[in-house]
Design a protein around this ligand. Structure first.
Ligand code: MN3
Length: 219
């Protein structure tokens, strides 16, 4: 491994207060500087401990999905991948598309009828995830869109079920300072900071290419 920058903690693509009032500044500091940084450190610990040399962070997910590195790699390699994308999937309100466009818009309407119906399905997955985990919008191997959720720091790359193009962290550390136990309110407010430019770019990278397409951390 692992001189590649993507194995390190990435800088946020915006200021810590950019997502106010929907995601608060104190949460962003703790989430990025403490939680994400810890996933990075422990991922590296797992790779070194077991002599693993993944080509990239996506390869880490494949290794973890196959059981390599045990729980230490699954939890922390997953945590690093998930958060690296999570920061990119959000943006300062008003700085990007406020709704999907182009081929993604068409695909959402073909699958769910309307954007609001997708939001309802995704939000239901986020709210009903028991304990800690993530909700996902992704591209299935056959090119179709779907919504799912995973526990802990798992993600849909680990079992090859989907290429994620949008994910929401529903761990309490992502919302408890501001929203306390009101996860549904956090999920509802979070739609205001979704970076649809990034989601569209991810879809256009993956659509109709299935899991054979090389997956990178960008866009
Ligand atoms: Mn988190």
């Amino acid at each position: 491994m692992a001189a590649a920058p993507e194995f390190d903690l990435p800088a946020l693509p915006y200021a810590y207060d950019a997502l106010e009032p929907f995601v608060d500044t104190a949460t962003m500091h703790l989430h990025h500087e403490k939680h994400h940084a810890a996933y990075v450190a422990k991922m590296k610990e797992a790779l070194a401990r077991d002599g693993l040399a993944p080509a990239d962070v996506v390869d880490v997910q494949r290794l973890a999905g196959a059981g390599a590195g045990g729980a230490l790699l699954r939890n922390n390699g997953g945590g690093h991948y998930n958060h690296s994308l999570f920061w990119k999937w959000m943006a300062r309100p008003g700085s990007c598309l406020s709704a999907p466009s182009g081929a993604l818009k068409d695909a959402i309407e073909a699958r769910w009828g309307a954007l609001d119906a997708l939001k309802d399905a995704f939000s239901a997955a986020a709210v009903s995830r028991f304990g800690s985990g993530w909700a996902w919008l992704g591209v299935r191997p056959d090119g179709s869109l779907d919504v799912s959720s995973t526990p802990n720091q798992d993600n849909p790359l680990m079992d090859g079920s989907m290429l994620p193009i949008l994910g929401l962290d529903v761990w309490e550390h992502a919302y408890y300072l501001k929203y306390h136990n009101r996860r549904p309110e956090y999920v509802s407010q979070w739609w205001s900071v979704v970076n649809w430019d990034a989601v569209v770019a991810g879809y256009e990278q993956y659509a109709s290419k299935g899991l054979a397409v090389p997956v990178t951390l960008s866009p």
